[in-house]
Unconditional design. Structure first.
Length: 493
């Protein structure tokens, strides 16, 4: 965490009272010098002491309106010209530089202030202003606002779709690591994960005080990977957490330069962990056998490799198109109906905002991802055909529990390719006309008539979608907490 690639938004320096005084002072200074007058001369004309005029011109004292009016009259210009009129290029540079040097951004970066005097060359002023502008530009470029995060997610999802969500180079790296371990098939065990860790020169330390904002911490100095001693009953598989931590080392990742790179690295490490846990050769064999028997099923893969239903379904998106030519879609939806993550290369029309972002958007109530929450048995798979404006799609869905609540995990394909999957014979069929608001977003007429204008709900803020991501090279991670943790464990034997 040696870089801080994301910072809270630092807007361009905005004038406060002190800045206003400085701007006015610089304008008055320029007017006086343009007329070749001294402070003493002006003092005699307007009845203000030279020392006070000097402080006003340097922005160290606010001028009274009567004083500004007197100065404007003395210089032969209007009051508006003093306050807002055009100024020389040098005056503009002085004002802009002073604004930068007084800004919170300069303070947060520890940028030193310089004293600008009448003998400061113009080229020095231009260079200083240019440097401050670049610092501001880089700071704004590295901000991970919700809009930027969604935009980066959209671009990455398009790239994944273009390659069928298959990364051959990562599959090859996973195969190389498995060969080095002498892996012979079946579930990738915790013991094998530990052996791989040693093979890569790291040791695992289980601790009770892992920083709350992390799933693992890699100590690159002492080659240790810290994991929580108590595995959570819901959430992430400990093997996957370990493999993802190792993935950054195996793939030679550097601290990400921007949010798009952060997302790309996360996709790569997740993919590598999946390719190790569910090796390509074995999974493809199961997929081919299932497709040939018209009995392709996520449960078969889940049980064969001892992973979650979500992990197995996600792995199918990596391999189904590449090896079987079957286009698929995958979507994880919170019980509230909002999309958590999604992928498709079969033409499924996910809900999206004007920027093309899918995450956080409400899924149609007619989709299998929503319908499953209305079923009594949430512990079983649910299959459904859905007629949509883009065509008819088939889905198999399961519900899994995570720290944030219940999530439906759906894997599906178009009507033509549903014939390869178990559960294709379902008689459940729904029609969705979304994004037409008349489909499910507009309340039924009877409810609208009964309650329209008579309700004022207090909405629960979806802070994970609205808040800017915290600063630091790794969004969401408390760097101070992590460093304190590592310092406390540095002397451990």
């Amino acid at each position: 965490m040696t870089l801080s690639s994301w910072q809270r938004r630092q807007s361009a320096p905005k004038p406060d009272l002190a800045d206003d005084a400085f701007r006015l002072g610089r304008r008055l200074n320029a007017l006086r010098k343009a007329r070749g007058q001294t402070l003493a001369t002006v003092s005699d004309a307007v009845g203000v002491a030279p020392s006070q005029l000097s402080m006003i011109e340097n922005g160290k004292r606010e001028a009274k309106l009567s004083t500004v009016q007197a100065l404007a009259e003395h210089y032969g210009v209007s009051l508006d010209a003093v306050l807002e009129g055009p100024t020389s290029k040098r005056t503009q540079l002085e004002i802009e530089l002073e604004g930068f040097m007084r800004s919170p951004l300069a303070a947060s970066r520890g940028l030193p202030a310089i004293r600008v005097g009448p003998r400061t060359p113009n080229d020095v002023l231009e260079a200083m202003v240019a440097l401050h502008r670049e610092v501001l530009r880089l700071s704004e470029q590295h901000i991970a606002t919700p809009e930027e995060a969604r935009r980066a997610n959209t671009i990455l999802r398009d790239q994944m779709r273009d390659r069928g969500n298959y990364y051959g180079e990562l599959e090859a790296k996973a195969s190389e690591l498995l060969r080095a371990l002498g892996y012979r098939g079946g579930p990738f065990t915790s013991k094998e994960a530990t052996e791989l860790t040693r093979h890569l020169g790291f040791e695992i330390r289980y601790v009770d005080d892992l920083p709350h904002s992390t799933r693992s911490v890699s100590d690159l100095r002492n080659h240790r990977i810290y994991l929580a001693r108590e595995a959570s009953s819901v959430g992430h598989d400990r093997r996957s957490v370990l493999l993802q931590a190792l993935g950054h080392h195996v793939l030679g990742h550097q601290p990400p330069a921007d949010y798009a790179e952060f997302l790309a690295q996360r996709v790569e490490t997740n993919y590598l962990a999946g390719a190790i846990t569910l090796p390509e050769a074995g999974v493809v064999k199961l997929l081919r056998a299932g497709a040939a028997a018209r009995d392709l099923d996520i449960d078969t893969i889940r049980d064969a490799y001892g992973v979650s239903w979500e992990t197995a379904a996600h792995r199918v998106t990596n391999l189904a198109t590449k090896h079987l030519g079957i286009p698929v879609h995958f979507v994880k939806v919170h019980e509230t109906g909002t999309v958590y993550k999604a992928y498709e290369n079969d033409g499924t029309l996910f809900p999206m905002d004007p920027t093309g972002a899918i995450e956080g958007q409400p899924v149609c109530r007619q989709w299998a991802s929503r319908q499953i929450f209305e079923k009594a048995a949430l512990d079983r798979s649910f299959e459904q055909y859905t007629d949509t404006p883009a065509g008819t799609y088939w889905d198999t869905v399961r519900v899994e529990r995570a720290p944030g609540g219940l999530y439906s995990i759906a894997l599906g394909t178009d009507f033509v390719n549903a014939k390869y999957f178990r559960g294709r014979e379902t008689r459940v069929r729904r029609k969705s006309t979304c994004p037409d608001e008349g489909c499910c977003r507009r309340p039924p007429a009877d409810l609208l008539s009964a309650w329209g204008g008579r309700v004022w709900p207090s909405a629960r803020a979806r802070t994970h979608m609205l808040a800017a991501l915290p600063p630091g090279a790794f969004p969401g991670v408390d760097e101070t907490e992590v460093y304190t943790f590592l310092q406390a464990h540095a002397a451990d034997g």
